[in-house]
Each structure stands twice: as structure tokens, then as C-alpha cells.
Design a protein around this ligand. Structure first.
Ligand code: UD1
Length: 422
């Protein structure tokens, strides 16, 4: 398995252009199935999760090419709506295919994407939403068969604003007969991006970004060309890395409005942030201040996907901070790894109580999931001495060559490939 080796203690400095958003690109790729023909999507990052989604689309019969950040996807040749279990298991986001496949083929067969390192991650809201649109769902062990001769618009209230369920329902409802209303919908920017993409294909969707989304079903959709929004979580990761290493970094191609909860937290920690159009400048020369209480919650509140990265900054802060995780029950696994680097963190239920220390020390640590892995990289950059981060395939799911990105900002970081034994 590849590893990252980091010589810490060097402030990050320079300018970086932020990649396209994984969490916007994945549902958009799935939604392309709704229109027969060739769709072109720009600003698609080079990531393991994107490779998995493109492999699934190829398995369904589509033709897909990903070069220089652009995906050209011909969905005309798609001939099956059955997603193989081995591919479903590689990525939870494969569940996004249910809505589009059901709308296009009238039936789909998928598998439970299973639990994952950060928690149980149920799909009941996805299934209830599709059922409300008229789908019959049969669960045979891990296998889920979903059929609907005709999808019909419905009023759907989500008991929790699930991002994936909101997106799945939007995609299925785009081709349903009549009006669908989703209340208590998730409000994440990636949902607005999906709405813009579907509308560019001819859908009639309003309200994404608010908690009520209205979808007036249309008969058919037409392929289009579309550019994915910048990745707010990658931008946030770099912002925290700049602050934790007491560096000066300029981020280009950002949407600062999507990062307002992080900007607020970083400013409370004493980090200097200047916003100018789509540019964010982050600078920090002194020890960060503790932040009394941060709670992860659905957008626009503080994102769970930045919880582990911000925790690293707080381990170095002056004072005691509390960081509470409310979205995923298993998302504090990085605490043990950070403790091995000298952090002083106590976990009480779903809250981490972080007593800042003057410095972290390099160690060999293991990425337990995507964002926890990014957090350990930040810790390694800020720490004194050498850090080895193992299990970095998790990081490759969401960051396009993280070591290249950080090296450009002056970090001493390299990837080591396993030596073949023969
Ligand atoms: C998306 C993001 C992920 C982010 C998460 C929360 C993508 C590809 N991934 O994941 O990076 O961490 O939003 O912001 O966009 N839940 C149920 N039943 C369901 C669906 C969800 O109980 O049917 C629960 C989950 O177990 C979890 C919570 O709702 O506790 C949030 O999940 P959800 O918003 O659906 O996250 P994802 O769409 O999986």
C-alpha cells in the first residue's frame, strides 16, 4: 500500500487552484443517464471515487472518457440497470444510480452499499422517497430490486435532510409525471449544482439551496455541457493546513459563500482570512486560539467533512476547544491517531474535548477514512519531525494527488509506493 512521508514544520506558502467538487461530480455523472446521448462535464477531479463511478457507468453500457478534467459520457448505449455488487461495494455513492436508472429503465437492481468506517449510513430515506414516487421495492438480503412502470410526482417529507436521498429523489422525479415537492430537503451547494445541471438538460426544478425543492416532471431530457463547482471540502482542507502550519496561502477558484461556517470558525481561532471574489487568502502567524464549541450539522452549519481537519488546528490552539459530531456516529477515529502525535483529546460520547498543546510530533499513523486521512496529513505538516501516513487509498478517494498539491505550496511530502517482492 502507498504511504505519504511528511517532514513537518514548514509553513505552507503560495497559490493553489481548487479542484472540482467530488460530491457534485458524482451525482451529476449519475444524472447524465437521464438523457440519452453525449454529455460533457468539465472540472471533474481525478479521484478514485470518480474512477469507480465511471467504471460502473461503463459496466451499464455507457462509453466514458476522462481526460484533462473533462468527462465525455455517451449514455445512449446503456443497456442494463443492474449494478454489480462488487462495484456497489467500492463506493457508497453508487446508491445515486438508483433514481436515474429507475427513471430511465423502469427498474433497477442494486446492492446495499454497506456500512463504512464513519458509521452505519442507512439508505431508508432513499428507498422511502422512491417508493413515494411509485416504485415497488423488494429487498432480498443485500439485493434491492426497484420497479416502477410509471413514476408519479409526490409530496415527500424527509425526516432528516439527507444529501444523497435529496439528490436521488430529485433525479427520479425529474422524469416523473407531475409535481414532486421535497420538504426538509438538504441544502448543500452540491444539491444546487445538481439542480443547475438537471435544468441545463431541460428539467424543471426550483428551490435547491432551500429546504423545499419543487420538481415538475418533464417527458425527456437532453444532454448538455456543464462545469462542476469548486470543491469546498478540498478548499477547506487547504485553509486549515495553511492555518495549522502558520503559513500564507492564496486559494483560487473557490466559492467563499460555501465556506462561510469554516471562515467563521477560523476567524474565531484568530486566523486572518481575506475574501476577494473567488479568491480566499489565509494567513496565520501565531498560535491559534481555542474555539469553545463547534457542532457539525447539515449545511449551512459546520460540515462533518471538515471536522477532523479543524480538530488538528484545535490540538495546537491555546486553550480548550469542544468539537461535537452529530452527523456520523463513527467519525472520531482520528482522535487515537492524533493522540499518537502528542495531541491531548478526550472523547465523551460524540464530543471531542481538545486541550491544545504547543506542538505535535511526527509518528506513523493510519488514515481510517477519507477526511480523517486528510487531517493526519495536516497534522504531519504541522508536526515536528517525520510523519508517515498509511492507508492513503482513502485520501485518494477525494484529493487529486494531495502530495503534488501540497508540494506546490512548499510542503516536504512524498508518496512511497510499495516495493514489489519478487
Ligand atoms: C454526503 C456526502 C458526504 C458528507 C455527507 C454529510 C456525497 C457523495 N457525500 O453523504 O461527503 O459527509 O453528505 O454532509 O455527497 N441517513 C439515514 N438514512 C438515509 C440516508 C442518510 O439515516 O437514507 C443518515 C446517515 O446515516 C447519516 C446522515 O443521514 O447519519 C447524513 O447522511 P447523508 O446526508 O445522506 O450523507 P451522504 O449523502 O451519504
Amino acid at each position: 500500500m502507498d504511504k505519504l512521508v511528511i517532514e513537518g514544520g514548514k509553513p505552507l506558502s503560495g497559490t493553489i487552484v481548487i479542484q472540482g467538487a467530488k460530491n457534485a461530480a458524482l451525482p451529476i455523472l449519475a444524472a447524465s443517464l437521464l438523457a440519452e446521448g453525449t454529455t460533457t462535464i468539465d472540472h471533474v477531479p481525478n479521484l478514485l471515487d470518480i474512477d469507480v463511478m465511471l467504471n460502473i457507468l461503463r459496466e451499464l453500457g455507457c462509453r466514458a472518457e476522462h481526460t484533462g478534467g473533462t468527462v465525455v459520457l455517451n449514455t445512449e448505449t446503456a443497456h442494463t440497470s443492474h449494478v454489480p455488487e462488487s462495484l456497489m461495494r467500492q463506493m457508497r455513492s453508487s446508491i445515486f444510480l438508483m433514481g436515474p436508472l429507475l427513471a430511465r429503465f423502469g427498474e433497477t437492481q442494486v446492492y446495499q452499499p454497506g456500512g463504512c468506517a464513519i458509521g452505519e449510513r442507512k439508505i431508508d430515506l432513499h428507498l422511502q422517497g422512491l417508493q413515494a414516487l411509485g416504485a415497488e421495492i423488494e429487498e432480498l438480503g443485500n439485493r434491492i430490486i426497484c420497479r416502477a412502470e410509471k413514476l408519479r410526482g409526490a409530496d415527500i417529507h424527509l425526516s432528516f435532510p439527507s444529501v444523497g436521498a435529496t439528490e436521488n429523489i430529485m433525479m427520479a422525479a425529474a422524469l416523473a409525471e407531475g409535481r414532486t415537492t421535497i420538504s426538509n430537503a438538504a441544502r448543500e451547494p452540491e444539491i444546487q449544482d445538481l439542480q443547475c445541471f438537471l435544468n441545463a438538460m431541460g428539467a424543471k426544478i426550483m428551490g435547491a439551496g432551500t429546504d423545499t425543492i419543487t420538481i415538475d416532471g418533464v417527458q425527456s431530457l437532453t444532454p448538455c455541457r456543464y462545469k462542476v463547482i469548486p470543491d469546498r471540502i478540498v478548499a477547506g482542507t487547504i485553509m486549515v493546513a495553511a492555518a495549522a502550519t502558520r503559513g500564507q496561502v492564496t486559494l483560487q477558484n473557490t466559492k467563499p459563500a460555501h465556506l462561510s461556517s469554516l471562515i467563521h470558525v477560523l476567524r474565531r481561532a484568530g486566523v486572518q482570512i481575506v475574501v476577494d471574489g473567488d479568491i480566499i487568502k489565509v494567513g496565520n502567524a501565531t498560535r491559534p486560539k481555542a474555539v469553545e464549541r463547534i457542532v457539525t450539522s447539515p449545511y449551512p452549519a459546520f460540515p462533518t467533512d471538515l471536522q477532523s481537519q479543524v480538530m488538528v488546528l484545535l490540538t495546537l490552539a491555546d486553550g480548550v476547544s469542544i468539537l461535537k459530531e452529530t452527523i456520523f456516529e463513527g467519525r472520531l477515529k482520528h482522535v487515537d491517531e492524533l493522540s499518537r502525535m502528542g495531541a491531548d483529546i478526550r472523547v465523551d460520547m460524540n464530543a471531542a474535548i481538545i486541550r491544545g498543546v504547543p506542538r505535535l510530533y511526527g509518528a506513523t499513523v493510519e488514515a481510517t477514512d477519507l477526511r480523517a486521512g486528510a487531517a493526519l496529513v495536516i497534522a504531519g505538516l504541522a508536526a515536528q519531525g517525520k510523519t508517515v501516513v498509511e492507508q492513503i487509498h482513502h485520501i485518494d478517494r477525494g484529493y487529486d494527488r494531495i502530495e503534488t498539491m501540497l508540494s506546490r505550496l512548499g510542503a516536504r511530502i512524498s508518496r512511497y509506493l510499495p516495493v514489489p517482492n519478487n
